[in-house]
Design a binder for this molecule. Structure first.
Ligand code: T46
Length: 133
């Protein structure tokens, strides 16, 4: 089994609509140091194709949908993101690719570390070596 967790956020909903608040604490697994978001990606584009040495992230599809392919070097799993009330929590050493973007897809990512290119493993063979496969 590839290690990941789907977090179900508390939704504050009323006649005005829905709201999710993310704060470090019981509902959130780490202190957020960076937020970035991705949109305008054509449906068949494959993004990602890397793993992280240290970074943890929670990934939320705030609009539309896309598929995350998670790979621990031995197994692959596809996780569909299509609900802004859920967050995909991925720790380090997981190779990820994401694709199958709907036109209205917006992916918001909450990250445990500042941006660092040294944290990326962008070569699949290097990834396999580093995870000992
Ligand atoms: C991940 C998936 C889900 C920055 O300058 N700062 C940043 O914080 C980020 C994330 C990216 N960039 C620059 C680096 C590249 O020139 O933005 C450009 C696109 O980044 P990248 O090709 O890494 O984007 P994705 O969509 O393949 O991957 C991103 C994250 O990089 C990655 O950590 O897990 O989203």
């Amino acid at each position: 089994m590839v290690e990941y967790k789907m977090l179900n956020f508390k939704v504050h909903g009323n006649h005005q609509g829905s709201l999710v608040a993310l704060e470090k604490g019981e509902d959130f697994p780490f202190e957020i140091k960076r937020v970035y978001y991705i949109w305008n990606t054509d449906g068949d584009v494959v993004r990602g194709k890397h793993a992280h040495r240290k970074l943890e992230q929670v990934i939320v599809c705030t609009s539309g949908s896309c598929d995350f392919i998670l790979d621990n070097g031995k197994e692959r799993e596809v996780v569909r993101l299509d609900n802004p009330a859920q967050g995909l929590h991925i720790k380090n050493n997981i190779w990820r690719e994401f694709t199958n973007f709907s036109k209205d897809c917006v992916v918001m990512v909450l990250a445990s570390e500042h941006y660092s290119e040294e944290d990326y493993i962008r070569d699949y063979d290097v990834f396999l070596k580093e995870v000992g496969v």
